[in-house]
Design a protein. Structure first.
Length: 172
């Protein structure tokens, strides 16, 4: 089975974007890396805010924009572009189901990007561009009841090693 979409799900600072970039370098044809951070960048600032402990607070119209974005990403895959989705399933299995419904009919490799809360917190601090506490808060909740084809642990393996494990599962 040829994979059309790779979904990387993990908490903030888990290394999803780094793994996605490494995966792009390993694959024989170009793949697009589409991340939820990019959606946040282009969405109205009023739709995403952060609580005092790093929790993400989504505005009333967020789901409408997220649905439109997901449909657009799926359309790119249906048009023949390989797509790597870098996401944070804040609602665990419910988030996966929303994504799955948009990707219906496409061959998807679901990858859990695990990272220990301690390692994610250290990365968060080094980055300096995330609310304090977000990484630890998301480290486990994003994986709650989510079904994966493959799990990688970026706290024990490099981004390159994680990407190689993913590339080995793709028929490209």
């Amino acid at each position: 089975m040829t994979v059309d979409v790779v979904v990387l799900n993990g908490g903030s600072s888990a290394g999803k974007t780094s793994i996605g970039r490494c995966l792009q370098d390993l694959l024989p044809r170009p793949w697009l890396l589409m991340g939820v951070d990019r959606l946040i960048e282009v969405a109205p600032a009023s739709l995403v805010s952060y609580g005092p402990s790093g929790e993400v607070v989504l505005g009333e119209s967020w789901r409408e924009l997220e649905t439109a974005w997901s449909a657009g990403v799926a359309a790119m895959a249906r048009a023949g572009a390989g797509v790597i989705i870098d996401d944070v399933f804040l609602d665990g299995a419910a988030s996966q189901e929303r994504t799955r419904s948009q990707l219906y009919g496409l061959h998807v490799l679901w990858v859990g990007v695990h990272c220990s809360p301690e390692a994610a917190t250290a990365r968060e601090l080094a980055r300096g561009d995330r609310p304090a506490g977000m990484a630890a808060l998301q480290a486990t909740v994003v994986h709650r009841d989510v079904d994966y084809d493959l799990v990688v642990d970026s706290s024990t393996a490099s981004a390159e090693e994680c990407a190689r494990r993913i590339a080995d599962r793709l028929d490209v």
